[in-house]
Design a binder for this molecule. Structure first.
Ligand SMILES: Cc1cc2nc3c(=O)[nH]c(=O)nc-3n(C[C@H](O)[C@H](O)[C@H](O)COP(=O)(O)OP(=O)(O)OC[C@H]3O[C@@H](n4cnc5c(N)ncnc54)[C@H](O)[C@@H]3O)c2cc1C
Ligand code: FES
Length: 365
């Protein structure tokens, strides 16, 4: 696009551009300060994505024409061939001109309107020494599918690292009777910009900014057995997903629920899991697995890593299960390897990795 007379005279750059996705009919407006992914999602086009922070590669698309500013180094996620073909990460690319991209749009992606609203903290309850149950009341109502997440921003920190917003999965199934209520389980991350603030400065009554819902981690219909795996605060979306399954009459599916924690003190939410067990009509197996429990402990349950127990718990039917996992990326990577080696098709494996800036921050040199 040639520069306008105004910008030639005054040197300012335009604040919005056109973003064409595959065909001219799918053209939206993209603000100069917003990623191509957000521009598309905000205008109802379901580009594929997962983490939105440059860590998963799900949002890759081919830049056919135009210029973008890339926020992070994509070479960690894209193959040499993709780099040669001009692939970019839509979540990490800001438009610098009108842009045309090519991307395989997903069918049937979860699609609720994205709401941007302020939300007041109504309760902060410790669940363990490093996990808080954060309850909030959003100013505007929002709907979401269990398993999805929202982005939280501290308003006063707009210019700081945490001002970019952080992703947190909804910890309960959506209740249409309480469309303003949202709950999160948030784990403290050492030196983490947002969680250090949350654990030391946040108070009941404070206002935060909330955007969402995002993500497509949600229960797929069917009658195959389920294996659900939660690590630490990853219990939030798994619990929400199972609560929703009961509401949707899918609680008759055989379920193996595994909850990984370091020690007995790191287990929480057991009452909520027991409630799910009481309402689940199908076979229900729950196994907490502790990776760091002292040898002298009276703990009689399973110990070690979740991957140590998967084959024994799922048996010969392992390839028939649908797997749903949330939590630390290494836990998910290790479980995916066991599942795929055991013959489970990739199309039956779903997860949200709780990536943070430590995993994703590879700023462009
Ligand atoms: C889809 C999704 C859902 C999620 N849901 C949840 C949830 O329900 N509950 C939950 O607890 N968490 C969840 N997370 C993780 C969450 O979004 C945050 O990443 C996490 O809380 C840490 O945020 P923070 O601001 O405290 O830490 P950050 O500021 O992001 O820092 C994290 C770590 O990285 C280090 N770091 C920061 N910058 C760099 C750098 N440039 N180079 C190297 N290291 C660096 C920091 O020192 C720190 O140790 C989710 C993440 C995703 C992607
Ligand atoms: S959504 Fe862009 S890299 Fe994950």
């Amino acid at each position: 696009m040639p520069p306008s007379l105004f910008s030639r005279l005054f040197g300012s750059s335009p604040s919005e551009f056109k973003l064409q996705i595959n065909t001219p009919e799918l053209t939206v407006t993209a603000q100069a300060k917003e990623s191509l992914l957000l521009a598309a999602l905000n205008q109802g086009i379901a580009l594929p994505y997962n983490c939105r922070v440059g860590g998963c590669g799900e949002c890759k698309c081919r830049l056919v024409s135009g210029k973008v500013k890339e926020l992070t180094d994509k070479s960690y996620l894209l193959s040499a061939e993709e780099l040669k073909q001009n692939y970019i990460l839509a979540c990490q690319s800001l438009p610098k001109s009108d842009v045309v991209i090519e991307v395989a749009l997903r069918q049937g992606q979860v699609n609720h309107p994205i709401v941007e609203t302020s939300a007041r903290i109504t309760a902060l309850k410790p669940l363990t020494h490093d996990i808080l149950h954060v309850q909030m009341e959003a100013e505007q109502p929002l709907s979401y599918t269990a398993g999805q997440y929202a982005e939280i921003v501290i308003p006063d920190a707009a210019e700081s690292a945490a001002g970019q917003g952080r992703s947190y999965s909804f910890a309960t199934a959506h209740d249409p009777a309480r469309p303003h209520a949202v709950d999160f389980f948030i784990r403290k991350v050492a030196h983490g910009a947002f969680t250090e603030w949350l654990f030391t400065k946040a108070e009941r009554g404070q206002l935060l900014q909330l955007r969402g819902p995002y993500g497509d981690f949600c229960l797929r219909p069917g009658d195959s057995p389920l294996v659900c795996i939660a690590g630490g605060s990853g219990l939030a979306p798994v619990k929400a997903l199972l609560e929703q399954a009961i509401k949707d009459k899918q609680g008759n599916r055989p379920l193996v629920l595994l909850f990984g924690a370091r020690t007995k003190q790191d287990l929480y939410g057991l009452d909520a899991i027991d409630q799910i067990r009481r309402e689940w009509t199908g076979r229900f197996v729950f196994e907490p697995i502790l990776s760091n429990e002292a040898a002298s402990s009276t703990w009689a349950g399973r110990k070690g890593l979740i991957t140590d127990h998967l084959k024994a718990l799922l048996g010969e039917r392992l390839p028939d299960y649908q797997a749903y996992m949330c939590g630390p990326p290494p836990m998910i990577d290790a479980c995916v390897e066991v599942f795929t080696q055991g013959g489970m098709p990739a199309s039956q494996i779903f997860f949200d990795k709780f990536l943070d800036s430590g995993h994703t921050a590879h700023p462009k040199p």
